[in-house]
Design a protein around this ligand. Structure first.
Ligand SMILES: [Ca+2]
Length: 433
């Protein structure tokens, strides 16, 4: 489960990458209403290991009321077994706070920019048609794709009926997950996907777009014209559905998501936020300019265009004016850091540069390639951290902590530039000897 809290510019996120383990489409918030309101059934007598089948039997009538046929429900639940590992995921409380600069550097690195550009070239024709149909720029659609599933590479391995069935019968938020469980069955029943294809994150987000089943029902589109909405194996369907999502969530064609700005010294930013929108005329009068010093009002923007001032790392970090389109991206996964990663990746895919204002840290974040490099040094030192996959999990963090302690550094467990440089220097020193 993803927990986000902004405090002193530090983000608490439960995962190391925005892939695979996310609950998305508003699943962790109340901003998205499931298409079908699940019927709440009292479940106080449930206990693990012996009552899964009786829980499923209790859910049967609610599933049928939501539109699952009786025969389909019986077929999908007949041999279903619980997977309690998803309850552990649901209850996981991160000890580690990921600073936003680590989060951003891992999600928007040169590797993802290059791969995104390759994908744009490869799917140019369908992307142009998607942009024409939905009014969302090619680069924004591809940026969502890149952050959600690394362009379809990572879409999750949990069989959805099993994970959502378990979450429907155990743990917190059962009512929410029942709605998703039933939606998954309706998707299967309609023949959009097969049960084999229906694998995703532990919480039920799946496919190229990592939609939850209820979002799938509401917003997925058939763009390749085969009569099925297939966000698992049809790239055209996935790209068009992403654009449809953003359009339905309020995307304004021809308008920017926002841009980095320069806030005058001494201007109070207390109370400013993405939500607290004011006119560009107001912001201009405050002395705010674009980060390159040019006026705020350019292109399609006017005095009355409405934007919020967002400072994701506090007053000493980069500042952004964000518009309605930023909110549309935000609705994909209800986290400002997440929306900023997509917004920034879309800019990078358009050939724009990195943020100008540095993050307020003396130990900047690392790219996935640099994280793999750190892991390779740790493996050479004999740490049992699995593969050098660039994902900084508990084992990697523990190994970094031990190395930092040996070196007399603060044992944070962060895979930052400082530990990378130190390990590199050690390696170079050994080669010299
Ligand atoms: Ca299709």
């Amino acid at each position: 489960m993803r927990r986000i809290s902004l405090a002193l510019g530090i983000l608490c996120v439960a995962m190391t990458q925005a892939n695979a383990e996310l609950i998305i489409n508003g699943a962790t918030t109340s901003t998205t209403t499931p298409v079908t309101e699940p019927t709440v059934i009292s479940n106080s007598s449930f206990s693990p290991n012996n009552n899964f089948q009786s829980c499923l039997a209790n859910l049967r009538s609610a599933a049928i009321a939501s539109g699952v046929s009786a025969s389909a429900y019986d077929r999908y639940t007949q041999n279903l077994t619980p997977d309690y590992s998803v309850i552990d995921k649901l209850n996981y409380q991160p000890e580690f706070s990921t600073p936003i600069w680590d989060y951003m550097t891992g999600l928007v690195d040169q590797e993802r920019v290059q791969k995104g550009q390759q994908k744009i070239t490869q799917h140019r024709d369908v992307l142009n048609r998607v942009q024409a149909a939905y009014g969302v720029p090619v680069e924004t659609v591809v940026a969502v794709w890149g952050v959600e599933s690394n362009f379809g590479d990572i879409s999750g391995k949990y069989p959805l009926l099993q994970s959502l069935g378990t979450l429907s019968c155990e743990g917190r938020r059962q009512s929410y997950f029942r709605g998703e469980f039933f939606a998954a069955m309706r998707i299967l029943q309609r023949g959009d996907l097969t049960e084999d294809q229906l694998k995703g994150s532990w919480a039920g987000a799946f496919g190229h777009t990592q939609f939850m089943p209820s979002t799938y029902e509401e917003l997925a589109v058939d763009f390749d014209g085969d009569g099925r909405r297939d966000l698992v194996s049809s790239t055209p369907d996935a790209l068009a559905s992403t654009a449809n999502f953003l359009k339905k969530r309020g995307w304004q064609t021809g308008m920017p998501w926002g841009f980095e700005v320069k806030v005058p010294q001494g201007m109070s930013v207390a109370g400013e936020s993405r939500r607290n929108k004011k006119s560009l005329g107001y912001w201009s009068n405050q002395g705010i300019t674009r980060v390159d010093g040019t006026p705020l009002i350019q292109g399609n923007l006017s005095e009355s265009s409405s934007a919020g001032l967002m400072l994701p790392a506090g007053a000493n970090g980069p500042a952004f004016l964000v518009f309605r389109n930023f909110d549309a991206i935000y609705s994909y996964n209800a986290a400002e850091s997440y929306a900023l990663a997509i917004a920034h990746l879309s800019d990078r895919l358009q050939g724009k540069g990195e943020f100008v204002t540095p993050w307020p840290t003396d130990d900047a974040g690392t790219s996935r390639a640099e994280r793999r490099e750190i892991q390779q040094y740790l493996l050479q030192k004999g740490y049992d951290i699995g593969e050098a996959d660039g994902l900084v999990g508990d084992k990697t963090r523990q190994a970094i902590r031990q190395e930092q302690s040996k070196l007399g550094l603060n044992p944070t467990g962060r895979a930052g530039q400082k530990i990378l440089r130190t390990l590199r220097n050690q390696q170079a020193g050994q080669i010299m000897q």
